[in-house]
Ligand binder design. Structure first.
Ligand SMILES: C[S@@+](CC[C@H](N)C(=O)[O-])C[C@H]1O[C@@H](n2cnc3c(N)ncnc32)[C@H](O)[C@@H]1O
Length: 252
């Protein structure tokens, strides 16, 4: 019997933030191939004793793909584990394309992303009526680069709740760009290793974003949320307003 190669979003770190499906796939894995630089050891500890464990931080795509193909063809339940959610910055696309070329089926199991865990950790909602209604998930260009239409300058121009991944190394440029669009006192959540045992989170004014990051020497596994919503606006949602009727509730 053959099984699809299963790409699992491992969530931000804590094992109890895995989806039930993700936890089940890991618990049943014969082979676990994971991004050891970003996945918390609590998650990989769920794999059974017999499971073959392969870390990818020192491997290239050209080395990972033959492993996935070989183990799947041997009939193993192969789990390719990534951090957070699989839908972005997870590099699953190139792996799925290679498996498609080899006629190997895949399954994808989503995960909780770092921005969701950070907002929850701050007991915050990132959309508040009358204040901000859009969340942008983005990154500073860095070595990978972004298409010109998605430069940080343009993303920041929206004034939305902006969640920046993979951007700590460029923090001086990031802050300078953001200050062209957001007021200096806009709250910025700095979230390091959210839900890991050594999690650190702080909310600082935008003008102190770079200094606060450098003080803690944050380079990796850091997420920024720049958002007027973090000021805790008082406006309520229309959804629960007595004068707002909808399919399940008459107007009061
Ligand atoms: C390669 S990207 C993967 C993001 C992943 N797909 C997600 O949904 O969270 C890795 C980046 O995600 C962010 N990140 C992932 N896990 C995090 C965590 N536990 N705490 C803070 N940031 C995290 C950091 O910006 C890190 O550099």
């Amino acid at each position: 019997m053959t099984h699809p190669v299963c790409f699992v979003g491992g969530g931000p770190g804590a094992a109890d933030l895995l989806t039930l499906r993700a936890a089940e796939r890991i618990r049943q894995a014969d082979v676990l191939i994971w991004t050891d630089s970003l996945v918390c050891p609590q998650i990989t500890a769920l794999a059974p004793d017999h499971c073959e464990r392969i870390r990818t931080s020192t491997l290239t795509l050209e080395e990972v793909i033959p492993l996935l193909i070989d183990r799947q063809r041997q009939g193993a339940k192969v789990v390719r584990l990534h951090d957070g959610d699989t839908a972005f910055y997870s590099a699953i696309n190139e792996q799925i394309c290679a498996l498609n070329d080899a006629d190997i089926p895949v399954e994808v199991v989503p995960g909780v992303s770092a921005y969701q865990a950070a907002a929850a950790g701050l007991s915050s909602e990132l959309t508040i009526p009358g204040v901000v209604q859009t969340i942008v998930l983005g990154r500073a260009g860095g070595r990978t680069g972004v298409p010109p239409s998605e430069e940080l300058d343009r993303l920041a121009g929206l004034g939305a709740s902006l969640c920046l991944y993979l951007s700590a190394r460029h923090i001086d440029d990031v802050q300078a760009t953001l200050q062209r669009h957001y007021p200096d006192d806009t709250p910025v959540a700095i979230a390091y290793r959210v839900s890991w045992p050594d999690e650190w989170m702080s909310v600082v004014p935008l003008a102190q974003m770079a200094a606060a990051s450098k003080e803690r020497q944050l380079i990796r596994t850091t997420l920024y949320i720049i958002s007027p919503a973090l000021n805790g606006g008082q406006q309520r949602s229309r959804l629960y307003s007595p004068d707002h009727d909808h399919l399940f509730r008459q107007r009061h």
